[in-house]
Design a protein around this ligand. Structure first.
Ligand code: 13P
Length: 287
């Protein structure tokens, strides 16, 4: 049985200074590409789903597959709701088997974000589920690759807010804003490592970086060295899978079947997951 909570997956990450990759999935091929990559390098991983999946046809069956697949994985896996925006959505994720949820109230005023997050923490903890929440706000949308996104410095996490928010809510992991964006970056990313370092010195729980796509290996390492423990990554996976399919089509144009294209996309995704698990310095649990 390898389905664990996010807190269990991240339990050694702060003391040992490494991060665990958190990758979004939306279907069977993406799930297998992510999990097989983690299993291939024998490292824990966080598999994430988003609320719109609850609108997909037969989503109950997909969740049954996800839970069983994670339970039978050869590596520790947390099944995490990424960006839960409503109390109801988060409860649904718990109901369908997520071992970890994000309550994203980062667009709300501080007191409302605290109240909603606290309510989720109370219920989730009673169910044995761990909670991530965000203070400050990471701009942009995952998968946005057309015009690109720019970080909004006015929404970067304030050190004192981070300390207060963790105390006020009882969350298990804290997402912070210090220069990343969701989706593709417009221009060069400029991360505020000093701010990250100050938050790390103030807060003892695992810190989460959203918007991992588009950063260099050096930027990832610097973020991990300064205190990041969970790295959310999606747009780069999606683009990597698509590019692998395009390359296969160009190389073998008339000799292709559907399965060849799906397989090429999956290998493209797996290669990126393997590479990033290495860059993040993810360590096996309990060894
Ligand atoms: P990217 O799509 O920019 O990698 O961000 C993913 C993310 O933060 C999911 O929560």
């Amino acid at each position: 049985m390898s389905l664990l909570t996010m807190q269990e997956i991240l339990s050694e990450s702060v003391a040992k200074h490494y991060a665990v990759g958190a990758f979004d999935t939306f279907d069977h091929s993406m799930t297998e590409a992510i999990l097989r990559a983690a299993e291939g390098v024998d490292r824990p991983v966080i598999l994430m789903v988003v609320e719109p999946l609850f609108q997909a046809p037969h989503f109950e069956w997909f969740f049954k597959y996800l839970v069983q697949r994670c339970e039978e994985s050869t590596v520790p896996v947390a099944l995490h709701l990424d960006h839960g925006f409503s109390f109801e959505g988060v409860m649904k994720a718990i109901r369908y088997g997520c071992t970890s949820v994000m309550m994203d109230g980062s667009n709300l005023p501080y007191a409302e974000n605290v109240a909603l997050t606290r309510k989720v923490v109370d219920v989730a903890h009673a169910c044995g589920v761990t909670v991530e929440a965000e203070i400050g706000h990471v701009a942009g949308h995952e998968g946005n690759m057309l015009e690109g996104n720019v970080a909004d410095e006015s929404a970067f996490t304030k050190v004192e807010d981070a300390r207060r928010f963790v105390e006020d809510t009882g969350v298990d992991a804290l997402a912070i804003a210090f220069g990343t964006v969701h989706g593709v970056f417009k221009g060069e990313p400029r991360l505020d490592y000093e701010r990250l370092k100050a938050i790390r010195e103030t807060v003892s729980i695992p810190l989460v970086m959203h918007g991992g796509s588009g950063l260099s290996p050096e930027a990832f390492r610097k973020a991990v060295d300064n205190g990041i423990n969970k790295i959310n990554f999606f747009t780069g996976l999606s683009l990597g899978g698509a590019n692998a399919i395009i390359k296969t089509v160009e190389e073998r144009r008339k000799k292709l079947q559907f399965g060849d294209l799906v397989g090429a996309g999956m290998e493209g995704v797996s290669a990126i997951v393997r590479e990033h698990i290495g860059i993040f310095g993810t360590q096996p649990l309990g060894r």
